[in-house]
Structure formats: structure tokens, C-alpha cells
Design a protein around this ligand. Structure first.
Ligand code: FES
Length: 290
């Protein structure tokens, strides 16, 4: 689970767009100027963003932190988010230009812990679920500081990023994951790039290739059926698995209950919990998958 941060860390700001770059037919990367948020946000957290101009009653869109950027003095200056266009809000966002302003609220949600007790780690993602893993990999490999915290990680730590997509044609660029020191393994449903099949097929294939290898920790983000499959796979191989849930969110601060997920309690009962304030990261075994 992520560590508890005080809610006072969240800032509401009007922030300027530095760039808004198209990565694939539907995926964009937006860089937003905000030294305050860039200095405090940690991997695993998200920001609510909405266009500032106009009267369109759009709800904010919750977007996971992708990375932060520093100014010429090395101080945190801006943050970037990667989003997929799938509705009116994200379509409007994709049309916004550098210099225009957004209303931004965050960081929200609990971040990942600074230091995992793990050496061999798999990040497993599907679709747009890859976005939290660049920052997390940089942090856990000691390549970047987040929230003012630079780590001196276990020198033997290895992170493999296992990423599944429908087809090669929808894969976003992943060079930064390699530059951050992660190994990247791909699979596609149609076999047009990487291993043919689902991420769990590739995970099984990886174990078959290296005798006696088993990761210490799996962190997964993506569509719920994929998360359920990865979580069950991890359980059956006795590997700890954290999942970052992508539930829809309207408010982002616990007021609307649009984001609830069924979470198993210590007494075995299942209760609906708000992903925006109690997550988005949960132990995979805690989630009562459908
Ligand atoms: Fe409103 Fe979670 S998004 S309660």
C-alpha cells in the first residue's frame, strides 16, 4: 500500500501548458508548469485536470503522474501526464495548445512506498495503464528524485516492464523506459509485435525461459480483467502483487463515491472503498475481483 500523505499536500492551481504532444493516434503527452506540484508529487499519485477557459461543465479527468521535469537550476519545474482520448474531456484536452491554462488539482491519492523490499520487480501494464511506470521505475532505480526524496536503491535491483497492447500499431514510444534502466518486454494480442498473447502468457513464458527465476514483486496497472488475471497469476506463484486501479472518478477527493471498488477487509468481509482517497494502489489479494 502507499504511504499516507496529508491531504494538505494537494494544491489547486491554474497552470500553463508547456507542450501537448501526440504520441500515437489516440495517446498524448502533456507537460504542465507547476513547481509546487512537481516538487511534491510522487509516483502512483494522480492529478485532476480540466480546461480553464469556457463554460463547458466538464468534470476533471484523473491522470496518473508520468514524469517531472527540472528547470535550468535542477529544481522541479513541471510535470507531465500521458492520456488517451476517449471522450469529450480528453478530446478537448488534446486540442489545447502551449500557453493555454488548465485547472489542476493534486497530487491526489496515495503514492507508492519509496523503497520496495524487492530486488527483481516486474511492472505489468496493459493499454494506457503504462503511464505510472516511467516515474516509478526512475524512482525505484535511483534515477530521479520525487517528493524531494532521492533513493539509493539496492544495486542489484532489476525492473522488467512487461507491456501488452492490442497490436503494434497502438504501441506508444517506450524509449524512456529503456533509458531509465528498465528492461522492456512486449506482447500483442494479434502477435504483430513481441510475444503473441496476453501479459499473463508472457509472464509464464518468462518463467519458462529462466530456470528457478521468480520475481519478488509485481506491480500492475491496466484494465480490470487484466489486473484480475495478473493478480491471480501472482497469487498462484506466491508473488506479492500491487495493483493500481483505474476506476472512473468524478471528484477525486472522496465526495461522490463514483470510484468505489470492492475491497476485502481484515475480517474477510468485502466493503466498497473509494479508490481516489484510499487507493489507487491496493494489494491484489485485497481486491474482490468480479
Ligand atoms: Fe469522487 Fe472518488 S472520485 S469519491
Amino acid at each position: 500500500m502507499g504511504e499516507m500523505l496529508s491531504e494538505s499536500c494537494a494544491t489547486q492551481a491554474i497552470a500553463r501548458i508547456i507542450s501537448n504532444q501526440q504520441l500515437t493516434a489516440t495517446i498524448f503527452r502533456i507537460e504542465i508548469e507547476s513547481p509546487e506540484i512537481a516538487a511534491t508529487v510522487r509516483p502512483g499519485q494522480f492529478l485532476m485536470v480540466r480546461p480553464q477557459a469556457g463554460n463547458d461543465p466538464l468534470l476533471g479527468r484523473p491522470l496518473a503522474l508520468y514524469d517531472i521535469q527540472a528547470d535550468s537550476c535542477g529544481q522541479p519545474h513541471s510535470f507531465s501526464l500521458v492520456y488517451q482520448v476517449f471522450g469529450r474531456g480528453t478530446a478537448r484536452l488534446s486540442q489545447m495548445k502551449p500557453g493555454e491554462e488548465l485547472r489542476v488539482w493534486g497530487p491526489l491519492g496515495h503514492p507508492f512506498n519509496a523503497e520496495p523490499a524487492a530486488t527483481d520487480i516486474w511492472f505489468v501494464a496493459g493499454g494506457i495503464g503504462y503511464t505510472p511506470f516511467l516515474a516509478l521505475g526512475k524512482w525505484w532505480l535511483g534515477r530521479s528524485a520525487f517528493g524531494g526524496k532521492i533513493l539509493s536503491p539496492d544495486q542489484n535491483r532489476k525492473i522488467e516492464f512487461i507491456y501488452g497492447a492490442r497490436s503494434a500499431s497502438v504501441l506508444p514510444p517506450l524509449d524512456e523506459f529503456l533509458e531509465a534502466g528498465m528492461t522492456v518486454s512486449l506482447c500483442t494480442d494479434d502477435g504483430s509485435r513481441g510475444h503473441p498473447g496476453r501479459v499473463t502468457d508472457l509472464m509464464t513464458h518468462r518463467l519458462d525461459k529462466v530456470a528457478d527465476f521468480i520475481p519478488d514483486l509485481i506491480v500492475a496497472c491496466g484494465p480490470e480483467p487484466m489486473l484480475a488475471a495478473v493478480s491471480r497469476w501472482a497469487d498462484s506463484h506466491s508473488v506479492r502483487c500491487l495493483v493500481s486501479l483505474e476506476n472512473q472518478m468524478a471528484c477525486g477527493f472522496g465526495a461522490c463515491f463514483s470510484c468505489v471498488a470492492p475491497i476485502r477487509q481484515v475480517d474477510g468481509s468485502v466493503d466498497l472503498r473509494r479508490v481516489c482517497i484510499e487507493g489507487p494502489i491496493f494489494d491484489g489479494r485485497q481486491v474482490a475481483w468480479h
